[in-house]
Design a protein around this ligand. Structure first.
Ligand code: CA
Ligand code: CA
Length: 252
């Protein structure tokens, strides 16, 4: 009897140790970290862009400016999202940017976001893109340096833009360096419930559409937003193209 118990015990020990040593017993995360690409977002808002360079292109939506579009101040935008945040990457034309910065012009932008993926809700008066929220803010200060974006948030409610957050540094963070700039938005702020609003009744969806409009304001005329570019753009018609479609990246 003792012998049988000992044999069973030895078999159990062997089973445990053999199981641990089995090279075929690989956790799912191990295979993900092998030679395969890292299919998760690891974007840090720090003015260093190697994180974007290392991000697999299948994880973000992007647009380069059309050489025949009516604007040339911005060369590329990218956008990606995880369950908590939405990230933007912007690359200006170096020569155009140097001129703007030398003149101490500020660089306001407007992020247009079709949070519900529906093109029949939100802003319908212009280019029919149906975006439900916009975020506005400057990317540079009055001394001609990049600055973190201080954002204002507006929601399209009953046919007009309603201001939900004014010039808050809690809404969005940004950092620039050279001709590049990166932005992170907290997607929790896009829930209509956060503002006691009922329409459109949507937080930002797993799939959404977005684009960026670029402006400059000058010291002489600080209230006037002169358009620098619109992305995505095209050579057709008035130069506007469909918004980027972004799919939320989930898990690692
Ligand atoms: Ca970065
Ligand atoms: Ca919409």
């Amino acid at each position: 009897m003792k012998k049988v118990v000992l044999m069973l015990l030895a078999a159990a020990v062997c089973f445990v140790s053999c199981k641990q040593d089995n090279p075929n017993d690989v956790k799912p995360s191990d295979s993900d970290n092998g030679n395969k690409k890292n299919l998760s977002l690891e974007i840090e808002i720090d003015g260093v862009f190697s994180d974007w360079a290392a991000t697999d292109a299948s994880l973000y939506a992007s647009a380069e400016t059309d050489p025949d579009a009516p604007w040339d101040a911005v060369e590329e935008i990218r956008c990606c999202a995880d369950p908590d945040y939405v990230y933007y990457y912007i690359r200006y034309n170096e020569d155009a940017l140097a001129e703007l910065m030398a003149e101490n012009d500020q660089l306001p932008i407007r992020l247009n976001i079709n949070t519900d993926g529906e093109f029949e809700s939100g802003y319908l008066s212009y280019s029919l893109q149906g975006y439900d929220f916009i975020v506005e803010g400057d990317l540079s200060d009055k001394a001609g340096n990049w600055s973190s974006m201080v954002g204002s948030l507006y929601q399209r409610v009953n046919g007009s833009w309603e201001e939900l957050v004014r010039e808050s540094d809690a809404l969005v963070v940004g950092a620039g360096n050279g001709a590049e700039y990166e932005i992170m938005l907290d997607r929790g702020l896009f829930s209509s419930a956060a503002y006691g609003s009922s329409e459109p009744n949507s937080s930002i969806g797993d799939v959404f559409q977005t684009g960026i409009r670029f402006y400059e304001t000058t010291i002489k005329n600080p209230g006037h937003w002169e358009e620098l570019s619109n992305m995505p753009n095209s050579a057709d018609g008035s130069g506007y193209a469909d918004l980027l479609e972004v799919k939320t990246v989930k898990g690692k």
